[in-house]
Ligand binder design. Structure first.
Ligand code: HEC
Length: 179
């Protein structure tokens, strides 16, 4: 190795070594659930809004139209998040309840049938008594879809034949005659 190659090599080595000295994981910083005193522990200044909160509020105050797509989405999301306790038909007899968890009231309870949408949205987001909230897992749009499905469950268990669309009425009647 000739003499003029050596100094640049040493220099490169030193630079690489110093890169290791500046270890980013050992600098002071705020970490979740650690008692690091600092700015993150202070209450946010009045008037500030957490990122995404305004959009969430807007979506919640904006009732989506009750169409087939919303109902399908609500049925699917309900199946994922609510059936384990509330059961497929909302009677409060889901698998977790069958294994000993406290039974929720049926959605057809008079009080819950009369409850405004805003109340149901709030229970989904924040939970109620023993039930934990789903704000972190169910988006505002999906909360609306689930509320729509709760209304379907409530309606379906007290629906009169006279309230059905003509085609359904006829197929019900012909099914009855076939028996
Ligand atoms: C782990 C079980 C569990 C899951 C999952 C669950 N709930 Fe509940 N829910 C309960 C229990 C238990 C109660 C009754 C709580 C109480 O009164 O202490 C309840 C109560 C309720 C009530 C009635 C509140 C009232 O005023 O009595 C509504 C509405 C409700 N849940 C909706 C939902 C929806 C919608 C989902 C899905 C997003 C869901 N729950 C998921 C267990 C659950």
């Amino acid at each position: 190795m000739s003499a003029w190659v050596l100094p640049p090599l040493i220099l490169t080595g030193l630079i690489l070594l110093c890169g290791g000295c500046d270890d980013m994981s050992h600098q002071p910083k705020a970490l979740d659930n650690r008692p690091t005193p600092g700015l993150h522990e202070l209450a946010p200044p009045t008037g500030t809004v957490a990122r995404g909160e305004l959009q969430d509020q807007a979506k919640l105050s904006d009732r989506p139209p009750m169409d087939a797509a919303l109902l399908a989405r609500g049925e699917q999301r309900y199946g994922i998040y609510c059936t384990p306790c509330h059961g497929l038909s909302g009677l409060g007899d889901g698998r977790i309840v069958q294994r000993g968890f406290s039974a929720p009231p049926p959605f057809t309870d008079e009080r819950l049938s009369a409850a405004p949408d805003a109340y149901l949205l709030q229970v989904i987001a924040q939970g109620h008594g023993l039930m934990y909230g789903y704000a972190a897992r169910v988006s505002p749009a999906d909360r609306w879809a689930i509320v729509a499905h709760l209304r379907v469950l409530q309606f379906s268990q007290h629906a009169q034949v006279s309230q059905l669309p003509e085609a359904l009425k006829q197929s019900l009647e012909s099914a009855g005659q076939a028996r």
